[in-house]
Design a protein around this ligand. Sequence first.
Ligand code: FHN
Length: 556
Amino acid sequence: MSMLKKVPVICMMLVVASSFAAVEKDPLSPDPDAIKRWQDMRFGMFIHWGPVSLTGHEIGWSRGRETPVDEYDQLYKKFNPTEFNADQWVRVAKEAGMKYLVLTTKHHDGFCLWDTQQTDYNIMHSPFGRDVVKELSAACKKHGIAFGTYYSTCDWHHPDFPYTSRRGDRKEQYNLDRYTDYLKAQVKELITNYGPLVTLWYDVPQAFDAARGTGVISHTRSLQPDILINNRTGADGDYDTPEQRVGAFKRQRPWETCMTLCRQWAWRPNDDMKTLKECIQTLLQTAGGDGNLLFNVGPMPDGRIEPRQVERLREMGRWLKIYGDTIYGTRGGPYMPGKWGSSTCKDDKIYLFVMNWPSEGPLSLPALPMKITKSIVRTGGSVNLTPAAEVIELDGAARDQNPIVTVIELTVDGKAFDIEPIPTFKSESVAFGKPAKSSNVYRQRPDYGPAMAFDDNSQTRWATDTGTTSAWLEVDLGRAMTIHRAMIDEGRFNRVRKYELQYKVDAGWKTASAGTTLGPEKQLDFPPVSSRYFRLHILEAVEGPTIWEIQLFESK
Ligand code: FHN
């Protein structure tokens, strides 16, 4: 008789049970329920604050730039934000419709906003002498807002960290292992004393390679198994963090756009502030891409969030009070975002956010593979829906009801999320979607690769490494074409100082058009030239050139 038959069943069950228990969770994989909870929240508040607010300059970056290092590092001795009220900050976030909050507990300047035992360079040694992280964590718990902490991976103040700035001035003496232990000890304090945290938001992993970053992730997850960790430890982490731009449509990996309400992360007097339209449309484009939006405020040196920023956030909250069901708990798509707008979905509902109606005629979107059983215009007015075979056309009085966005709710006869994402742009550019290559890509990251300049997506761009002053970007049209017009969009970057648009002939590259600066949506008209290969050759740039889009138009 086999051994198996002799083993009492109960003993077998114990063996099976213990083997399951023994299967360790992979510390590099996030808890899927935590990811869903976080994605369902969709909208959070980012807060960049510290003694630097006394200067009105940028946190971290201004150390040794606008403010001499010695002066910057003494600011905390004057920092006494007596108007700081954690409840007030959290109430502003809540009234804005934000569901989570992430505070810079330690930025690149190394100053700590909590009662850390690892260094005296912290808030308890300032005239203020109160534990800001503790008070904010408690206020979030009280008001039902999830609390997360930003913790800068780099630390230009710490003696063991190798660099003294973003530009990479390396110190003579440093000890990265000892600094990593310091980082881990502080992260343990943050999670143990102020958690549970929705996320540990690391930043600028200078000197941290993937191995070291992986160790930081394992350490963090060991302290709180369902914590979420971003992609800035030096390793991939749980979610991507496109910054100051709406990320590209992506369902297969979580992502979160981090963006400033004004221009600077930390408070700056009279800083430019985004309009309500820009704020709302950014949220809709982000959610439509299946991403979260972490929207930043920089409180003032007295501890208050600037009243005009509070009012802007309250305006967003008033919009979300009416239409929040089209954002919270939804997924991006099925229509992919474009200049027209974006869409989200939940159960049998699809929400269309039309931000730019055609100047004439209806808005045409590709037909859905499901039947539309009902359609209503949530923002008022009516819409004629003609679901023809290949397109659905939307037209009617709805278009001018709301200056920010027209919200149309479609009900379909199935689960909307099951619909394969649908591209919504038909580009006239012959370069759209064609194979591309370039001389340099920012940190070799595909989300900044050459293809991003030929995807007709105004949210993605080709970028080059910091310090790059010349580069080229080439497209293969697949066959020889006669081209007479191009559009090159550098947006507001304005880094190019000399360029040539070239086409390849047997003898090499010839110039179709040449100039100095590009800027937003530069139109180039030139005598028709024929080739299969075209390239933008940037001969001179003041900083790493970056191009949002290149379009090439064929002579008919
Ligand atoms: O240098 C920082 C910057 O101050 C800010 O904290 C942003 C937020 O994502 N991260 C770094 C720039 O990428």
